[in-house]
Ligand binder design. Structure first.
Ligand code: MOS
Length: 744
């Protein structure tokens, strides 16, 4: 056993914070080399068709231009599809930039201009003349559905619906209370502050150091090596600082390919960074159409749940996510039918965006639950509590833990839910209609394979290394805390080295699994260090620890001591001196335990309560108060944890009221590809947000009892807003975002 928690659980400010706010933290596109070249992409201006002519002669002649790449002169790269598959690739044909004359989405890169500086590259790109043969674009999910489109069946096992159970249709027909509603969500675009960028530093011996904006430096590393046939030891990818990502950094993006391609071809360092506009062409949460049917008996006990989801994808890849399966595990119900399909559209492949699938699917389910509560005539919170279940019926497994009752209780109490009057339009504040709504949130609690190295030196300094990423989530800080606690040292004594492909293997930072996985790997490595120290101590003459076992010792005040009696022990410096070493370094590794996974499912849970005020004449909805309670196992750092949930809530408000990717379906082109016309919540849109972490002890979900927090914060928020708007106005809105036109 290691020390009782001293550093873990403290609300430490993030250790990378000062570097970030002082401009010292360098992002991918902020690295430079002398003699560096700059690339700029020319995006296609049609959604589907062929390039019939592309004339780059004027661009090539532009002073300062070094080379213009198109599909006609792209250097040779890997042909086999397997070489293009990154760690989280999808079924289909991975996009290969500048592959041929086909255009498959608006904004697809069709030329890459490399020049002595960025402005020259950008100006020269404007001089490229392109002629297209454009086809009719199909970008409207609703139109495709209306035309009787036959969707392909999703092929990824983890996203396949569970087998139907019971007789959902029969039970629906017989039940006294029922609702059946359709929900539509426009596509959203994730827009972290940091744009996608890659700086490729070319060294004379052919080695590349690449600074890439990614959630997984090893994923980018392996992609580059496979696609360009490079030796793994000749390429290092770093992402020491990441200015937000939200899922869109899980897969390598085309600027990485283009910058490496040009660097290898020209034997120069090359930088490529997307414009904000390019970000909108490439990255989005798919548009989604859902139908949810719920039925209950007179007391509100669920009799039937049916949930169908149709999500958009591209022509070339089958993007999939878990939209509807939540409806089979959220509440107790014996008659369930879930289905999921995807629709091929002439758009870029969507990508995971914070709580992919759940953000859309749980919004539909939780709005439907509110509709059912009004149909039955009971309080929406009471309906959830009546249908509470402590097993995962989808998989017929026990849960590692589910402190959702505590979430309901603590959030409802802090919010004052007991003072709510049930009838819509029954609460007012001057000219404002007041609405109170709630929803449950669900997300998976996953452990991914992760390795870490930890070293302790004789002067008490600790170094942690892993190829993990900190995408703004606090990874630097929490790994520091885990190591500091393990050795009984102050956080100042710990250095965390992450964001480098050459460090111990770690999955991409996604799925909310990094704290649980890398945190556990650090703890395992630290324990191994303690074990090695004990072995060294026991080979010292007259060792006071001669009979001690690994789980009887710990480190305190620079000594390896008996837990039961700190007087008995040996100074670390003496142990190392006797062993003739100046430091002890060990490796730790964690992976999901098959026996646990066979028996248990693991989820994070939340309860969101919020207030909206709607001016009765202007009909502008404002979210004035949010209380969200989260059950996510052990909280390593309440400050960084709270910040994750706050960010999730803000994105949930964006999903509810603001974020709307607009496509002109006549041309298939993205219309609002900038932050002036694609609205996200601003400071004035976010008022009071309270975050509560309920106590949840879970010794099965991960070795350190952590469930993860990156995604749960957004789940349920948009539904709670929709439910609050209904309570305020009596109008049920099932089309997101719920802009003012829908309240009329
Ligand atoms: Mo997350 S959307 O898996 O980064």
């Amino acid at each position: 056993m290691l020390n009782e928690s001293k550093v873990v659980g403290l609300p430490l400010a993030r250790i990378d914070g000062p570097l970030k706010v002082s401009g010292k933290a360098r992002y991918a596109a902020e690295h430079f080399a002398t003699d560096m070249l700059f690339g700029c992409v020319l995006p296609a201006t049609i959604a589907t068709g062929r390039i019939t002519d592309i004339d780059v002669s004027e661009a090539e002649r532009f002073p300062g231009v070094v080379k213009v790449y198109t599909y006609k002169n792209r250097p040779t790269v890997a042909k086999r599809e397997s070489k293009w598959k990154d760690e989280v690739a999808l079924p289909g044909y991975t996009m290969r930039p500048l592959e041929d004359d086909h255009v498959q989405f608006d904004g697809q890169p069709i030329a890459f201009v490399v020049a002595e500086n960025f402005e020259v590259a950008r100006d020269a790109a404007e001089l490229i003349r392109v002629r297209y043969a454009a086809y009719d674009p199909h970008t409207d999910l609703l139109q495709e559905q209306a035309n009787g489109y036959e969707p392909p069946v999703p092929r990824m096992k983890e996203f396949m619906p569970p087998k139907p159970r019971g007789d959902a249709e029969g039970a629906f027909a017989l039940a006294p209370h029922k609702i059946a509603s359709e929900y539509y969500m426009e596509g959203e675009h994730h827009n972290p502050m940091e744009l996608f960028g890659s700086t490729v530093l070319w060294e004379n011996d052919g080695r590349l150091t690449i600074h890439d904006k990614t959630q997984g430096p090893q994923n980018s590393h392996d992609y580059v090596c496979n696609v360009f046939g490079l030796k793994p030891e000749n390429v290092v990818v770093q992402n020491k600082f990441v200015g937000g990502a939200f899922g869109q950094g899980l897969r390598p993006k085309y600027q990485l390919f283009l910058a490496v391609m040009a660097s290898l071809d020209l034997k120069r360092s090359v930088k490529a960074e997307m414009s904000r506009r390019e970000m909108f062409y490439l990255t989005w949460r798919p548009v989604c159409l859902q139908k949810v049917s719920l039925a209950a008996d007179a007391e509100g006990n669920l009799q039937s749940i049916m949930h169908h989801a149709l999500g958009g994808t591209s022509r070339y890849e089958d993007y999939q996510e878990n939209v509807a399966n939540w409806s089979g595990m959220a509440y107790k119900c014996d008659n369930v039918k879930i289905s999921y399909e995807i629709a091929k559209l002439d758009r870029s492949t969507p990508g995971d965006m914070r709580a992919p699938g759940a953000a859309s699917g749980v919004t539909a389910l939780e709005t439907a639950m509110d509709e059912l509560a009004y149909e039955v005539g009971i309080d929406p919170l009471e309906l959830r509590i009546r249908n509470f279940i402590h097993v995962d019926q989808n998989q017929d497994k026990e849960l590692t833990s589910k402190a959702l009752h505590a979430c309901y209780r603590e959030a409802a109490e802090s919010f004052g839910w007991a003072n709510r009057s049930h009838e819509p339009r029954s609460m007012r504040d001057g000219n404002d209609l007041v609405g109170w709504g709630m929803a449950t949130g669900f997300w998976e609690a996953q452990l991914s394979e992760a390795e870490a190295k930890v070293s302790l030196s004789s002067d008490g300094k600790v170094v942690v290394s892993a190829a993990a990423s900190d995408i703004g989530t606090g990874t630097y800080t929490i790994l520091n805390q885990v190591a500091a606690e393990a050795f009984g040292v102050a956080p100042q004594a710990v250095t965390v080295r992450i964001g480098d492909s050459s460090l111990p293997k770690t999955s991409v930072e996604g799925g909310s699994w990094t704290a649980a996985s890398s945190g556990s790997a650090v703890q395992v490595a630290a324990r191994a260090v303690v074990a090695t120290l004990l072995k060294h101590a026991q080979s010292m003459p007259n060792s006071p620890l001669a009979d001690a076992s690994e789980d009887q010792v710990e480190i305190a005040d620079g000594r390896l001591v008996l837990q039961a009696n700190h007087q008995v022990g040996v100074a670390i410096a003496d142990i190392m001196e006797a062993a003739g070493v100046s430091e002890v370094e060990e490796h730790g590794k964690v992976a999901p335990d098959p026996a646990t996974m066979k028996k248990f499912s693991a989820y994070t849970h939340s309860a969101v309560f919020l207030e909206v005020k709607v001016d009765e004449e202007l009909l502008i909805p404002r979210v004035t108060r949010v209380v969200t309670a989260v059950a996510a196992g052990r909280i390593l750092n309440p400050k960084t944890a709270r910040s994750q949930i706050l960010g999730g809530v803000v994105m949930g408000v964006g999903m509810a009221l603001h974020e709307e990717g607009m496509v002109d379906h006549r041309t298939g082109r993205v219309m609002n590809h900038n932050l002036a016309e694609y609205h996200v919540p601003a400071h004035a849109d976010i008022e009071d947000v309270e975050v509560i972490f309920v106590k949840e002890d879970d010794d099965k979900v991960s070795p350190i009892g952590v469930k993860g927090l990156g995604e749960i914060g957004i789940v349920g928020v948009a539904a709670a807003v929709s439910n609050a708007i209904f309570h305020a106005t009596g109008k049920r809105i099932r089309h997101f975002p719920m802009t003012i036109d829908k309240l009329l």
